[in-house]
Design a protein around this ligand. Structure first.
Ligand code: MTE
Length: 324
């Protein structure tokens, strides 16, 4: 992956939304919800002006959703402005400032295909899917293989709920997720040397782990396009490239998929991609990471600090490159 000037994205404090402001917004919205205001005004001008980025998204009224406090953070939340303007989304460019280009993506209608080794294949609109799923907010760390990290409030639903809905057959071993393909909105997809569509996958055991999460929101509103609207994966013990954005297909299979990054550079980006400070990338160390919110360099933790939830998944695996 390309590494850009690490300082280019740092916004002055005055331009970033602080955690206080974010928490305040939650309070205001929760208060409004409690007073029945959201229900009565719906996608009102009030919400629209407060949350300009969520314009015209029919799911805006679903947020904020209750926080699941099981997942603790020990670092400051990354300011929203930074988390939403420093992104990897190769469909829109191989640099970090793709947030304007990503606005070309049309996220409604958005149909998701669930197919492969399941009891009944289906195609479902994202709003129908959201209506079936238990939405919650989780504060997660997010560690990119490029050695930067952030801490953000994702909203969404546990991936295991989607697996339950799909009802995989007993032969299914992997869940493969794929991003949309549309060269007319995503200029990166005209670069034929990339193996589009962006694809990644998990074992079914990983997909049904408590931590695996399908993101639909961020900072108490629908997830912005540049962060993977309307559906994106979050598996916080793995490097960020596993976090497929703007998913259109969930395919259940008995074959381990070749992922986007494996197809490009297998020796650098493996299937498992679990975070480990002691296993360097072939071209750089993974011992530390730069927090893109504070700019601080901090030690990286095994499984990005989530070992208590996931280490058991790998305990009997021999001969696999679990950490790259
Ligand atoms: N998904 C798609 N479709 N295309 C991408 O280029 N980049 C990945 C991942 N998901 C990528 C993607 C990488 S390398 C990272 S680190 C995360 O998205 C970045 O997520 P963020 O921009 O929300 O921080």
């Amino acid at each position: 992956m390309l590494i850009r000037n690490p300082k280019g994205w740092v916004l002055p404090e005055s331009k970033a939304t602080s955690e206080d402001v974010y928490l305040n917004r939650r309070k205001i919205l929760q208060g409004m919800a409690g007073a029945g205001l959201i229900a009565s005004i719906g996608t009102s001008a009030v919400i629209k002006s407060a949350f300009a980025a969520a314009e015209a998204d029919p799911s805006v009224g679903l947020y904020p959703v209750p926080r699941n406090d099981r997942y603790k953070i020990t670092r400051e939340l990354t300011p929203e402005k930074i988390a939403t303007t420093y992104n990897n989304f190769y469909e829109f460019g191989s640099h970090k400032e793709i947030y304007n280009a990503a606005q070309e993506l049309k996220i409604r209608p958005w149909t998701v295909k669930i197919d492969g080794l399941v009891e009944k294949e289906m195609e479902i609109g994202v709003d129908d899917l959201l209506a079936k799923m238990p939405l919650e907010e989780r504060l997660y760390r997010h560690r990119c293989v490029e050695a930067w990290s952030m801490v953000v409030p994702w909203s969404g639903f546990p991936l295991k709920e989607l697996v339950k809905l799909a009802a995989p057959t007993s032969n299914a071993k992997y869940l493969v997720m794929q991003t949309f393909e549309d060269k007319s909105v995503a200029p990166g997809q005209r670069q034929f040397w990339y193996p589009w569509p962006y694809t990644d996958g998990l074992t079914l055991k990983e997909a049904t782990n408590d931590l695996s999460f399908i993101v639909t929101g961020l900072y108490g509103k629908p997830v912005p396009k540049q962060n993977g609207a309307p559906l994106r994966l979050a598996v916080p013990w793995k490097y960020g490239f596993k976090h497929v954005k703007s998913i259109v297909r969930f395919n259940f299979t008995d074959k381990r998929p070749t992922t986007f990054w494996e197809a490009l550079a297998d020796e650098e980006y493996g299937f498992w991609a679990n975070v480990n400070p002691e296993v360097p990338h072939p071209r750089w160390s993974q011992a530390t990471e730069r927090d893109i919110g504070t700019g601080e360099r901090i030690p990286t933790e095994i499984y990005n600090g989530y070992g208590e939830y996931v280490a058991d998944l790998y305990k009997d695996m021999k001969g696999e490159r679990l950490f790259m």
